[in-house]
Design a protein around this ligand. Structure first.
Ligand code: HEM
Length: 399
């Protein structure tokens, strides 16, 4: 690597802002350049942060919570409401406090617990697909991808089935708001809905995630309403936007690669591999943050308490030292632990639920509509930020 290439990577990194919509189309090219030229690159965005791009460095940060804290992240909690400095249980906790919450929640997220959602996901997915099929056209992002994940999260939180569409509609309206003025009243309604859910569970029976955390002393103390509110917001965000956008990335791949689609339609047993390769190739959780709490160094870069780190998971998944031809989407790659679900203590708690959802929705879609295509010359508009997705998938199919 020449000095010139390294300094050009450093220069590009200086203005890198993961929340700027303009970075989305060329983000892998930019992260690849940082990985090779300045793997822990300094950006001036958001008051300054270090962009971590290599697989081994990402793992190191994620596995050392005593140095790299989750308590104050770089842009990872933008979806949570302002609750006066309250720390969100689980998501923003470290070490022993975090471990206590994780242990408490574990039983709701095992492979066996996740499999219990199969019937509900299949029923809802079959209904949505049956409604779409006679139309012969759809924008698969709002019409399919965004419709099922909020219902599943609502079910996990023990929201009765008739009220689940209320949560789905609130998150859709919030995500679709185009200005802060438009988002504010929806945010208030959403906050009110979740607070009602939390308060109505006090003293109630129920074997769902929310009732359980409302009525337990975790780590030796009960959580207050606002801690629980922040937890609920982040749980919905973690389970909803992620799965919606991962599905969109998978469908984009299937829509533009007819050969891949034909293989998967002919052998639905390939769907779990398809899902896993998509989580490696375009992890829906693109970039989350940590804050340095003890002096250290990473890839030769000295770090001080207060320095903020941006973990670009998708970059680690294309790190040429671990994934040859990482930019290529390829079924049948040798199985290797990738970073699409994160790593360390905060590794995705809901990954088995996500796998069930994505598999079942794809099974239902491909059985009913195996031959959807995008318009000729379609150029996808991608998103990047905390979440990586696709804005629209306007497909048609023969009816
Ligand atoms: C394809 C979909 C998904 C992807 C790619 C994904 C990815 C991730 C990643 C990368 C992290 C780690 C973030 C960090 O360490 O900064 C994470 C954490 C988390 N995810 Fe997921 N996720 C997905 C779906 C879900 C679902 C469906 C749920 C819930 C049902 C969920 C619940 C969580 C929770 C609770 C955490 C925080 C864990 C902790 O802090 O200990 N995720 N996810």
């Amino acid at each position: 690597m020449s000095q010139e290439t390294m300094s050009s990577a450093r220069e590009r990194a200086r203005s890198f802002d993961h929340l700027d919509p303009a970075v989305a189309d060329t983000v892998h090219e930019a992260l690849g350049e940082f990985r090779r030229g300045c793997p822990v690159a300094h950006s001036e965005a958001h008051g300054g942060m270090f962009v971590v791009t290599r697989y081994d460095d990402l793992r190191h940060v994620a596995e050392n919570g005593q140095i790299f804290s989750s308590a104050a992240e770089v842009g990872a909690v933008v979806v949570a409401p302002e609750t006066g400095g309250v720390i969100a249980p689980l998501f923003e906790q470290d070490l022993a406090e975090h471990a206590a919450w994780r242990k408490h929640l574990q039983s709701f997220f095992t492979p066996r617990a996740a499999a219990r959602h199969t019937g509900y996901v299949r029923r809802v997915a079959a209904e949505v697909v049956a409604e779409l099929r006679p139309r012969g056209r759809a924008d698969l992002v709002p019409d399919l991808c965004a419709r099922i994940p909020p219902l599943v999260i609502a079910s996990l939180m023990g929201i009765p089935e008739p009220e689940r569409p209320v949560l789905a509609s609130l998150v859709r309206r919030l995500a679709g708001a185009e200005s802060e003025e438009e988002a504010a009243p929806v945010g208030q309604e959403y906050t009110g809905f979740l607070l009602d859910q939390i308060r109505s569970r006090r003293g109630a029976d129920g074997d769902d995630v929310l009732t359980s955390v409302v009525n337990s002393e975790i780590g030796g103390k009960p959580a207050g309403d606002y801690e629980l509110l922040k937890f609920a917001f982040l749980l919905v965000a973690a389970g909803n936007l992620t799965t919606t956008d991962q599905l969109a990335s998978i469908l984009l791949e299937l829509a533009r690669d007819g050969e891949l689609r034909a293989r998967v339609v002919a052998d639905r047993g390939l769907i779990p591999q398809l899902v896993e390769e998509s989580v490696r190739h375009e992890s829906a959780v693109a970039a989350t943050g940590r804050t340095v709490v003890a002096e250290t160094e990473l890839a030769g870069v000295p770090l001080q308490p207060g320095d903020r780190m941006l973990l670009t998971w998708g970059s680690g998944n294309r790190d040429e030292r671990h994934f040859p031809d990482g930019d290529e989407f390829r079924l049948g790659r040798p199985r290797r632990p990738h970073l699409g679900w994160g790593a360390g203590a905060h590794r995705c708690l809901g990954l088995h639920v996500a796998r069930v959802e994505l598999r079942v929705i794809l099974e239902e879609l491909l059985a009913a509509i195996p031959d959807f295509t995008l318009p000729d010359g379609f150029v996808p508009r991608r998103t990047y930020g905390v979440i990586r997705g696709v804005r629209a998938l306007p497909v048609t199919w023969p009816v």
